[in-house]
Design a protein around this ligand. Structure first.
Ligand SMILES: Nc1ncnc2c1ncn2[C@@H]1O[C@H](COP(=O)(O)OP(=O)(O)OP(=O)(O)O)[C@@H](O)[C@H]1O
Ligand SMILES: [Mg+2]
Length: 285
């Protein structure tokens, strides 16, 4: 390696230094979108990033989706997925499929990948240690969504114990009501509630688009008020609707920054956290 390249490498490490100092000991909640669980190489890079974050002293907490995978298995079983306001309409059978796919397959795959990269990940759903309880919700227009819930209460004690012991919690969006009914939740909502409960410094949504786009233009930095105004914009549709709603709620409840970033960029998490040029959409108070 020639001298110039060596210096460049050292500079890259130095660029990260102030960020490592700033985020050391801080909780960063990362919503790993189902939309980007497409490519094995990308999954490995995500797992490397997370293992590294923990090793250098941050507390990453992962909440994952898995929408595409759930829809794929529904199709295999002859069921068609339908959505209202970005939320999956969930009948009894859909709930069973969702729980099997998210807890049994997607969660366990993420856990094993992070462990393979040298991290110590542990898989949890809302049911484990009663991490969160949920209650049934209906759509804004009062339509029945079936077994779809929203988080009522988070008991963060298990997460704190797990994190303090050096483990990385990986959480799926299946919860349970007080009546012991299983409920499917939008993972963005779970990520937001967990971030608030843990007083996270950052909440990062990794998804399959550059960030929030309004009139085809990427919104790179938004204050809370602007983000809230966009909630009623016609361009905010489908999966972006819960994401932006949750982003604003998180900021209103003390999370310092929320990022919606393109998780199809290799090492998106490291780039976001440790370089001077952030990527995607950043929302702040
Ligand atoms: N204004 C907007 N700007 C950007 N993306 C938008 C907008 N409105 C709707 N979207 C859609 O939101 C999608 C992202 O949400 P989606 O729920 O599909 O993914 P995810 O949340 O990452 O995955 P999962 O729900 O499986 O966890 C984008 O692919 C895009 O099509
Ligand atoms: Mg989504």
């Amino acid at each position: 390696m020639i001298m110039k390249d060596k210096i460049e490498r050292a500079n890259i490490l130095l660029e990260a230094f102030p960020y490592i100092k700033r985020f050391s000991g801080k909780t960063i909640v990362i919503k790993y979108g189902g939309s980007i669980m497409i490519d094995d190489e990308l999954k490995v890079k995500f797992a490397q990033d997370i293992a590294l974050l923990k090793y250098i002293g941050l507390n990453p907490v992962i909440v994952h989706g898995g929408g595409k995978e759930v829809s794929k298995w529904m199709e295999k079983l002859g069921k068609k997925a339908t959505f209202i306001e970005g939320l999956r309409v969930t009948d009894g059978e859909t709930l069973e499929i969702t729980e099997m796919v998210l807890v049994g397959k997607v969660n366990s795959e993420i856990v094993s990948m992070i462990n393979h990269q040298g991290g110590k990940a542990v898989g949890l759903s809302g049911k484990d240690g009663s991490l969160f309880t949920a209650k049934r919700i209906r759509s804004k227009k009062n339509q029945d969504l079936g077994f779809v819930g929203d988080i009522q209460n988070v008991d963060e004690s298990l997460l704190n114990t797990v994190s303090e012991q050096g483990y990385i919690p990986v959480i799926s969006s299946i919860g349970q009501s007080k009546e012991r009914e299983s409920l499917n939740m939008n993972a963005d909502h779970v990520a937001e509630a967990i971030a608030i409960a843990l007083k996270a410094t950052k909440l990062i949504f990794l998804t399959d688009v550059q960030g929030l786009k309004i009139e085809k233009k990427l919104q790179s930095k938004l204050h809370l008020k602007e983000a809230k105004d966009f909630l009623n914009h016609d361009d905010v549709q489908g999966g972006m609707l819960p994401k932006l709603t949750c982003a604003t709620k998180a900021i209103e409840n003390g999370v310092e920054h929320v990022h919606i970033i393109n998780g199809t960029i290799p090492h998106a998490v490291l780039l976001e956290l440790f370089t001077d040029t952030g990527i995607g959409t950043m929302i702040e108070p």
